[in-house]
Design a protein around this ligand. Structure first.
Ligand code: SF4
Length: 478
């Protein structure tokens, strides 16, 4: 049930037009909107969902004719220092005891979830995210993986995807070697920007040379891919300074690159109050930064996968993108077939069968729940029939850039002929703006210009977003 394109295979490379960045269109459309790592989004989760429902969904998933493989996400919320732009659920501390207490609960949560799933359901994906997973000692990470191995069938298959986010400021090449030995085969690094002036303004000072050397080292140690995260829209950034960051990174050609937009929401994310608004780039400058970055990556041969993600042509994500087997889940795009996703740790989200559930975001509540032997769920959602139909449409658009409404209808039959009538009417504006085409009356295809505005196209099918006749005018400029 991850956001995937598994039922539709758009075929050859030529069917994906090279994306076109149109600043006028982006100016009109880009702004607030879900990233659709799930549909419905977490905003729709409610307190009505409880552990009893979770167990029922897990049991049903075991009883399916072909039970799905499993994917595990583990949230390690600790960070040694605070980055001012941060919107993650994290705890800034230097107290190793806090992490040790948390890990003790994580081990128990692994056992709780392990008891829900049949032994033949392989763990094909594992991701440690945060916060900063490498806040933990390597021995603690090894113990955690051993514990996971005791309760879930880990696989040795080369196609497995076991990844970890590392902080290049604190991780050494030796630590990277140990992580590889433990079993990780993919690594993700936060960079954001190499410009010392920008780094100072966001309180994240990180050596460019050390980061590049870690990317090189990861490659020599057999990590199958290295992902690097950048952020545009940070204080004091300009198109030329950001391009300079990209140029340095391109010296080592990371396999995957994500370029996220910084959303300045200090009323929601307390650390952002330390960012000086007067230093933020204007909307026009942000457009220039994004346009220049896209151009630079295209020159370097990177393929735009979707949303904010780019990859080298030889990366498996690109093959999956071209052959129609790309998937989407809470970590972004993935090559793995539909899995049931188990989220462990504070704020982590699970996606089991047709349900979502999210753990409490508070450390004390999380620990109390585990101590009481309970699943520390705070909220969730059992998907309605309409949710599932719309999820199918959105997953195809996000992953394949195309949806055949007849295929969706066949998958969820019976779906009345006019089920999408209102959505199709509202798509007319996007059609006029050349974001989509209709190769036939029931097929919607994202155009080259629409590739950078995927979320706006998907929002048409999101029943939780108030329909408006004129979405462009009501959307915020980036
Ligand atoms: S951006 Fe990452 S490292 Fe920085 S405070 Fe947030 S979670 Fe921690």
């Amino acid at each position: 049930m991850v956001l995937s394109a598994s039922l539709h295979h758009p075929g050859s490379l030529n069917e994906h037009p090279a994306p076109q960045f149109d600043p006028d269109l982006v100016r009109r459309y880009a702004g607030a909107g879900p990233r659709y790592t799930s549909y419905p989004t977490a905003l729709q989760f409610t307190k009505a969902f409880d552990a009893g429902q979770l167990k029922t969904f897990a049991q049903s998933s075991n009883e399916e004719l072909l039970p799905r493989d499993l994917s595990l996400y583990v949230h390690i919320p600790f960070c040694a220092t605070l980055c001012f732009y941060c919107a993650c659920n994290k705890i800034v501390t230097r107290n190793a005891r806090t992490a040790a207490d948390y890990l003790e609960r994580l081990h128990r949560e692994v056992a709780l979830y392990g008891g829900l799933f049949d032994d033949d359901r392989e763990l094909t994906q594992l991701h440690l995210g945060g916060g900063t997973p490498t806040f933990l000692e390597t021995a603690q990470i090894r113990d955690l993986l051993d514990c996971i191995g005791e309760h879930f069938p880990v696989t040795d298959d080369v196609s497995r995807d076991y990844s970890i986010e590392i902080d290049p400021r604190t991780v050494s090449e030796e630590t990277l070697d140990r992580l590889r030995e433990i079993g990780f085969n993919r690594v993700s690094m936060g960079v954001q920007d190499f410009d010392p002036v920008v780094q100072k303004a966001v309180h994240r000072e990180q050596s460019c040379e050390k980061t590049l050397s870690l990317v090189r080292h990861a490659r020599t140690q057999g990590f199958g891919s290295t992902n690097v995260d950048l952020i545009y829209g940070l204080p004091l950034q300009t198109a030329s300074s950001f391009t300079a960051t990209l140029d340095r990174l391109l010296e080592v050609s990371p396999d995957r690159l994500s370029i996220f937009h910084y959303a300045h929401l200090p009323h929601l994310f307390f650390p952002q109050r330390r960012i000086l608004e007067s230093q933020l780039p204007s909307s026009e400058e942000k457009l220039n930064i994004l346009g220049a970055a896209i151009e630079r990556l295209a020159e370097a041969g990177y393929i735009h996968i979707g949303m904010d993600h780019f990859a080298r042509p030889d990366d498996p994500l690109v093959s999956a993108f071209h052959d129609g087997t790309l998937h989407r889940n809470f970590q972004g795009y993935s090559t793995h077939a539909e899995c049931d996703l188990i989220g462990l740790g504070v704020s982590a989200i699970s996606h089991i069968g047709d349900s979502y559930s999210q753990n409490t975001k508070l450390l004390s509540e999380y620990q109390d729940g585990i101590d009481a032997g309970e699943f520390p769920i705070d909220r969730g959602l059992a998907l309605s029939r309409d949710d599932k139909i719309r999820q199918s449409v959105i997953e195809r658009l996000m992953c394949a850039g195309e949806v055949d409404l007849d295929e969706v209808s066949a998958e969820h039959r019976p779906v009345p002929e006019d089920y999408f009538r209102d959505d199709l009417e509202r798509l007319q504006t996007l059609l006029r703006d050349d974001l989509i085409t209709f190769p036939s009356a029931r097929i919607i295809r994202v155009t080259a210009k629409g590739r950078f505005l995927l979320r706006n196209i998907c929002m048409i099918f999101d029943r939780y977003i108030e329909p408006t006749a004129d979405i462009p005018r009501h959307s915020r400029v980036i």
